[in-house]
Design a protein around this ligand. Structure first.
Ligand code: COA
Length: 177
């Protein structure tokens, strides 16, 4: 049975135990104002997290935690199988958006509604914190972008410049909180 709760700071490193592996046959590009699906020319996640990801991103996640970011995990038998992180830093022209910073479900737990549940909880948390919109810099894989579109997200009208510069290949999305 899956149980869920907020994560402790010392549990942040456990997010790298999530099976990130994914083969994406197609990826989205944002071209001439529209989303276009193209065959993927590489598979950066076929074997799980790319080398160096934990070393690079653990301090970033800890900083997020320390400024009040919301970390929530789903567990089965003590194993972390899904995680969602909502940053606490207000972004956007009106500083009324919060970023969904991280959302991952282990491969064998996907397609069961867990990602949707974690997303909706993050949205409710953003709303509770007074945000009007949720901002998502999404992995461009077909599965990921379709997931967010199905949940009512749309291409961000005005991409956040800092987040766009960090992940220019991502699809930058937003939705009402
Ligand atoms: C994107 C991701 C978080 C989605 O998580 P998930 O747990 O598979 O999400 P859900 O199960 O709620 O929804 C996935 C699909 O399964 C379908 N689904 C949900 N419950 C289902 C069920 N009981 N039976 C069959 N299908 C179901 C949903 O309709 C949805 O379809 P769509 O997204 O193709 O339109 C997950 O695939 C993932 O971790 N991917 C790799 C990491 C990643 O890209 N993260 C996002 C970073 S920005």
């Amino acid at each position: 049975m899956i149980s869920s709760r907020t994560l402790l700071r010392e549990e942040i490193e456990h997010v790298w135990n999530i099976d990130r592996s994914e083969v994406a046959d197609n990826i989205y590009r944002f071209e001439n104002g529209t989303l276009v699906l193209r065959p993927a020319d590489s598979q950066p996640f076929s074997a799980g997290w790319p080398p160096g990801e934990a070393k690079k991103s653990t301090p970033i996640l800890r900083d997020c935690f320390d400024r009040g970011g919301w970390f929530y995990g789903a567990f089965e038998g003590g194993e972390l199988v899904g995680v969602v992180v909502l940053d606490n830093k207000r972004i956007g022209k009106y500083k009324d958006q919060l970023q969904l910073k991280f959302l991952h479900v282990s491969r064998s737990y996907r397609q069961k509604g867990l990602g949707t549940r974690l997303f909706e909880l993050a949205k409710a948390t953003a709303r509770g914190r007074g945000a009007k919109r949720l901002y998502i810099s999404a992995n461009p894989s077909e599965n990921t972008v379709n997931f967010y579109l199905r949940l009512g997200c749309a291409v961000a009208a005005e991409p956040d410049q800092e987040l766009f510069d960090l992940e220019p290949e991502d699809i930058h999305l937003e939705c009402d909180a």
